[in-house]
Design a protein around this ligand. Structure first.
Ligand code: AMP
Length: 342
């Protein structure tokens, strides 16, 4: 096992830093090699403040969280992204450890890595973005390695929709395209986002974004309008209130796991997406029940993510832990047979 030194600014030895508390590889490499997943998104330095602590320049980014979650379910998980010459080898190792294919990670030696800084309120659903330094992302032009072009499942992490399209241009007829986005792109690049959505099978957004994208306050009507833009499947995340899946003319509601210890919600949405696409790839099917199971596994992965700062909790989980958490979700949502009033 490699020995890493903490990043500058990190409180050495604290259990809040992925470098300090790096865990050994998965003891149970029982992941089925099945359908390939391609992930594009940010690989970042995150600086995070929550009421429970703060970390500086830890490993983050949408692609990081998606890939770290998806690799529990399927291989290969191929990552497309860009970092600068300042990106430490220790973070590369965290990603490469146990299954993320980094042939598509471009390194710009003269550039600086995308950096994001956020502060959460006591209500962890409220977050202020304090800084977004695009750095190498500003000129990012994804070029897929030849071997990535046959990827069967594509997960477009939160990024400029024009970059998401350039990735899709280079993949040969994927079976499923899943897309994440955020209010920034809805507001600043609405036309380009519409172009991406026409090419997407499943969109994952939060409730505020669904309302903004559709211009409709009612979520059921918003879902209908968004699905008319392209995605047949829509997942609306509602933070601590779970997630709604709209597909095949039905709605499925998954709860959120009531955790006692939530330290940092950063990356929960991306982790959900990673668990969701990873499970679908593993199952090799996108049928109604499988979609519902995938939502439960995505929710289970997200519930682990928020238990520690950064992606630390996504390192070194066992299959058994993941399965037990997913099973707890099933029990949480169990409704006994109802006795009619007549
Ligand atoms: P989430 O908590 O799911 O919104 O994801 C947080 C992650 O998204 C952090 O690791 C950030 O590095 C990354 N991020 C923040 N802003 C952006 C952005 N504008 N584009 C892409 N990724 C971002």
């Amino acid at each position: 096992m490699a020995v890493f030194s903490p990043m500058p600014g990190c409180v050495a030895g604290a259990s809040c830093c992925i470098v300090c508390s790096f865990a050994p590889p998965l003891p149970t490499p029982s992941v089925r090699v099945s359908v390939s997943v391609l992930v594009v998104g940010t690989v970042a330095f995150d600086s995070i403040e929550t009421p429970f602590g703060a970390v500086d320049q830890v490993l983050g980014g949408s692609a990081t969280y998606i890939a770290l979650a998806a690799r529990y379910f399927t291989r290969p998980v191929r990552l497309v992204g860009v970092v600068g010459g300042d990106f430490p080898e220790a973070y590369v190792d965290v990603l490469r450890q146990d299954g993320v294919d980094l042939d598509g990670l471009q390194v710009e030696p003269a550039g600086r890595t995308f950096a994001w800084k956020g502060r959460y309120h006591y209500d962890l659903n409220q977050r202020d973005t304090l800084a977004t330094d695009l750095n190498v992302l500003e000129s990012f032009d994804p070029v897929l390695p030849e071997a990535y072009r046959d990827s069967r499942v594509v997960c477009l992490g939160n990024l400029d929709p024009a970059i998401q399209q350039r990735v899709l241009d280079q993949v040969e007829r994927p079976d499923l395209v899943v897309c994440d986005t955020m209010n920034f792109w809805i507001e600043h690049t609405p036309d380009s986002l519409r172009d991406t959505l026409r090419r997407v099978d499943c969109l994952i957004i939060n409730d505020a974004e669904a309302r903004e994208l559709s211009g409709e306050a009612n979520l059921v009507r918003a879902a209908r309008l968004i699905r008319e833009m392209g995605p047949e499947i829509l997942i609306v995340k509602k933070g601590e209130h779970g997630a709604l899946l709209f597909a095949n003319g039905t709605v499925f509601s998954a709860p959120a796991y009531p955790l006692e210890d939530i330290h940092d919600p950063t990356g929960a949405g991306d982790t959900f997406a990673g668990g969701f696409v990873g499970y679908l790839a593993r199952a090799g099917s996108f049928e109604a029940d499988v979609l519902r199971q995938a939502v439960v596994y995505g929710s289970a992965m997200a519930s682990f993510c928020v238990e520690r700062f950064g992606p630390e909790r996504l390192i070194g989980l066992t299959r058994d832990e993941v399965d037990r958490r997913a099973e707890a979700f099933r029990e949480l949502a169990h409704i006994p047979a109802l006795a009619p009033l007549v």
